[in-house]
Design a protein around this ligand. Structure first.
Ligand code: FMN
Length: 192
């Protein structure tokens, strides 16, 4: 059987992003567990702010179609989101909004969200670890009818969570990471 394909999407473009770092950590753990992991940057899928007039005039922009096809090529999708004002950043919400408008000939609109397993994680510099962004992201993905795994990883004090070898240093974080990876692989396999 070919390896399970998992797409990892960090929700930040910032240099030194805590969420890009966490995305890399989870991607590495997924690879150790045998998954074939693709980690992307939303910088490679530049999108205007969603505007229905723009869509009516020019259709869904090509980067949204490319992102949707990238998701379609994987059995599982992990999104690692920053928390902005208790919710997901506009970058991520906008990408999801555009992808939800992609309508390919051979499938229903939004099918890409329904046909694969999703996992969510967040990193922030405070104690809550982005849990409010995770709640918002779970709601958004649920509205898209995406199967989101029950587990999630909220990395608190993310700027102090790593050792000198760039590994998570707190046992609770390591256990949450491993549990998330196990659950995502398990759910993604069932979607194959
Ligand atoms: C507009 C804005 C709003 C923010 N709101 C929150 C918030 O509600 N909760 C929180 O924990 N951090 C908040 N932060 C801090 C971010 O979580 C922090 O900058 C984090 O490092 C961003 O993720 P990144 O490092 O992956 O870019 C906010 C940052 C910005 C720029």
């Amino acid at each position: 059987m070919s390896a399970l394909k998992i797409l990892v999407i960090p929700g930040s473009l910032r240099t030194g992003s805590l969420n890009a770092r966490l995305a890399a950590t989870i991607a590495a753990e997924l690879a150790v567990a045998g998954a074939d992991v693709t980690r992307i940057s939303l910088a490679d899928f530049p999108l205007p702010i969603y505007d229905g007039d723009l869509q009516a005039k020019s259709g869904v922009p090509k980067p949204a179609i490319n992102l949707k096809r990238m998701m379609s090529a994987h059995q599982g999708v992990l999104i690692v989101t920053p928390e902005h004002n208790s919710s997901v950043p506009a970058l991520l919400k906008n990408a999801i909004d555009w992808v939800s408008r992609v309508h390919e000939l051979h499938e229903a609109r939004g099918q890409v969200f329904r046909d694969r397993a999703f996992a969510i994680a967040a990193a922030s510099g405070n104690r809550l670890g982005g849990t409010r962004a995770l709640a918002a992201l779970r709601l958004i993905l649920s509205a898209c009818q995406a199967p989101v795994i029950p587990g999630q990883l909220a990395l608190s004090f993310a700027n102090e969570a790593y050792d000198d070898m760039d590994r998570l240093k707190h046992p609770a974080d390591i256990e949450a990471l491993k549990a998330l990876v196990r659950q995502l692989i398990d759910f993604s396999q069932r979607m194959m």
